[in-house]
Design a protein around this ligand. Structure first.
Ligand code: KIV
Ligand code: NA
Length: 269
């Protein structure tokens, strides 16, 4: 039977009705497991840190993101798939943004893109949306701004900062964004923005009152190493399970318990 993928307009209609539930996926094994449970899968540039062990997200390319997105789209059929546009792939000009977003969408068949940026990037949102590319805006703590922020710090703690983030979110809404990710912001601000906007807000370090929630999958599964951010919650220790299985495999190979002749070809019975 044909399962129909959740569309961007369908996600927008969730506002005030039901939560948008989202997680990241960068590859087939994880995406396959997430698909039936989620409304939206984000192919996040956090794969730079989580999947490539880089110190920040700045050095991953649009081509790399497009290939990750293609893998995710190929093995899912239900969740709406949104790909993150990485640092340097959209900030230069409207034309550059469109070219790279169109490349990512054409390479992967994903449903839309996400990009970080305040009100200064709203004209880019408008340019893309008017040309058929759904845009999920991302304001507040923007990891691509790690060097101007001087680290990964929660945002919107002062009135001035909170006003600016609200203005950023409103600018992207007016420009046609289908939703806004609110990352690492003061809870009251996330709640306030959620009330002000007619498009869904998706929190990660936002507020329980956001219209949706996104986290990095490896963080909730115990695959991110020892420490996870305050805004995350570990729901399982898959890391321990993998370690145990790999330990058993290694022991069996070393002891000769695996492989047996049952695992070999051309053995006369
Ligand atoms: O790259 C990412 O994973 C994100 C988050 C919103 C989870 O941008
Ligand atoms: Na990201």
């Amino acid at each position: 039977t044909d399962v129909k993928r959740i569309s961007v307009p369908q996600l927008m209609a969730y506002k005030g009705q039901k939560k948008i539930v989202s997680l990241t996926a960068y590859n087939a094994p994880i995406a396959r497991l997430l698909d039936e449970h989620l409304d939206m899968i984000l192919v996040g540039d956090s794969t730079a840190m989580v999947g490539y062990a880089l110190p920040n997200t700045l050095t991953i390319t649009a081509e790399q993101m497009a290939f990750h997105a293609a893998a995710v789209v190929r093995c899912t059929q239900r969740a709406c798939v949104i790909v993150d546009m990485p640092f340097g792939s959209y900030q230069e000009s409207l034309e550059q943004a469109f070219r790279n977003c169109a490349m990512a969408m054409a390479t992967s068949g994903c449903d839309g893109i996400k990009m970080e940026g305040g009100a200064a990037l709203a004209p880019t949102t408008r340019f893309l949306v008017e040309r058929g590319i759904p845009v999920l805006a991302h304001v507040g703590l923007m990891p691509q701004y790690v060097n101007t922020m001087g680290g990964f710090k929660a945002q919107g703690m002062t009135q001035e900062s909170a006003d600016r983030i609200l203005n950023d979110a409103l600018a992207h809404e007016q420009a046609g964004a289908f939703g806004v990710v609110l990352e690492g912001v003061a809870e009251g601000l996330a709640r306030h923005i959620t009330e002000k906007l007619s498009i869904p807000t998706i929190g990660i370090g936002g507020s329980p009152d956001c219209d949706g929630q996104v986290l990095v999958t490896e963080d909730i599964l115990g695959l991110s190493g020892a420490r996870i951010p305050k805004f995350a919650k570990q729901f399982a220790d898959v890391g321990a399970l993998i370690s145990q299985a790999v330990g058993q495999y290694a022991g069996d190979v070393r002891s000769g318990a695996f492989p047996t002749l049952d695992n070999c070809f051309g053995v006369k019975k």
